[in-house]
Unconditional design. Structure first.
Length: 217
């Protein structure tokens, strides 16, 4: 029996490169820079409004350009929009600061709740984003569906942890520190989890195949 082939490291690098690209900088890093600059000059409210508007604008521009919406980006933009409107109307930053916490809690409920349906939420997201041209061989695979369910649990745990961290920060640090850490945490952890979600099914499938071969021996 031939030993298991090692996964090409360049494939992992390619996945990360496709996620942490110029679009990541535009949508994740620039809002933090905008807020940090304005906050330094005492314009915290204006910084939140402009950085929030930037994030929503990126989603809209990508939709106009590609004529499709990414599920996670759409959800984030929706909550950001609600928080932004509430912030502008009330002239208080509370709405925008609390919006990510509410988003995390609802996302956790969606990820865990999707486990009771035929297709888990993470399966829908992966199929929409990365398996558009799949003939059905991967989508209909029992291994793929199982790993997607495991990933849905992982995403649920991540969103719960994000909500917990944000709640603690909201009640323990200044608005500027909370916004910077909260935004950076969410913008980095989500792409990393997406990368993990892409690579995990291949690793898990290969691991199960090796286990079966060992049982035969």
């Amino acid at each position: 029996m031939e030993g298991p082939s090692k996964e090409n490291p360049s494939k992992k690098y390619s996945v990360l490169k496709n996620i942490f690209n110029k679009d990541f900088v535009i949508s994740a890093i620039i809002p933090i820079i905008i807020f940090s600059i304005l906050d330094r000059y005492g314009m915290t409210f204006e910084g939140i409004v402009l950085s929030g508007g930037w994030s929503i604008g990126v989603v809209l521009i990508n939709y106009i350009k590609d004529h499709e919406l990414n599920a996670l980006a759409t959800i984030s933009a929706t909550f950001a929009g609600v928080g932004l409107i509430g912030t502008v109307i009330s002239q208080k930053t509370t709405f925008y600061l609390v919006a990510p916490i509410v988003q995390d809690i609802l996302l956790a409920a969606m990820f865990f709740g999707s486990l009771f349906f035929k297709r888990s939420l993470i399966q829908i997201i992966i199929e929409q984003s990365y398996l558009k041209n799949d003939s059905g061989e991967i989508k209909n695979s029992k291994k793929f569906k199982l790993t997607c369910r495991l990933l849905s649990i992982a995403w649920g745990v991540l969103t719960v942890s994000q909500a917990t961290v944000r709640i603690v920060l909201l009640h323990s640090v200044s608005v500027s520190i909370y916004y910077t850490i909260s935004t950076a945490y969410g913008n980095i952890s989500t792409p990393l989890m997406i990368a993990f979600s892409i690579m995990f099914p291949k690793w898990y499938s290969k691991r199960k195949s090796i286990s079966k071969e060992m049982e035969i021996l």
